[in-house]
Design a protein around this ligand. Structure first.
Ligand SMILES: [Ca+2]
Length: 162
């Protein structure tokens, strides 16, 4: 009896397991995107701002903020929520920083509890200063706090005491 029968052999006779090439990979991505995840389409969208970013890119972050303020009903998430949580992560003044967008205040909460809320326009300007860069990502509702502010979920923000 061939050993092949006991294992998972794919991709012709090579015995390797996985995705053989980019065309197949893209096919799988397309296939998975067909499923109704019950999340708003904006989830997963990303924009990076840095000194060279165009005004159009900056405006696009404004769109992400708008989606993060927009109510959305998700059965999976148990009712009315927002379309996404918006997080900003990257390098500011030489440090790795994280910020969570707070829709009610149109500002960003920093990952250091001793710092004040930063108005949205101000954080976007900060991101576009030389040597700074921030990537704005629409994450699934409810996940932004962990992603941007408290990675290990111990109640202490990432940069507290740093
Ligand atoms: Ca923590």
């Amino acid at each position: 009896m061939s050993a092949d029968l006991h294992g998972c052999t794919m991709n012709d006779q090579s015995g390797t397991v996985g995705i053989p090439d980019d065309a197949t990979r893209q096919g799988l991505v397309d296939y998975l995107m067909e499923f109704d995840s019950d999340l708003a389409p904006i989830v997963g969208q990303q924009i990076t701002l840095y000194a060279g970013s165009s005004n159009a890119m900056n405006r696009r972050v404004g769109l992400l903020q708008q989606r993060a303020r927009t109510q959305f009903v998700s059965k999976i998430l148990g009712g009315v929520t927002k379309e996404c949580d918006l997080v900003a992560q990257g390098k500011v003044n030489g440090k790795n920083r994280g910020y969570l967008y707070v829709p009610d205040q149109n500002g960003y909460r920093p990952d250091n509890s001793s710092e004040q809320m930063i108005p949205a326009g101000q954080l976007r300007r900060l991101a576009r200063q030389s040597n700074n860069t921030l990537t704005f990502t629409c994450t699934p509702p409810g996940s932004g706090y962990r992603i941007a502010l408290d990675r290990d979920q111990d109640g202490v923000l990432n940069r507290d005491g740093a």
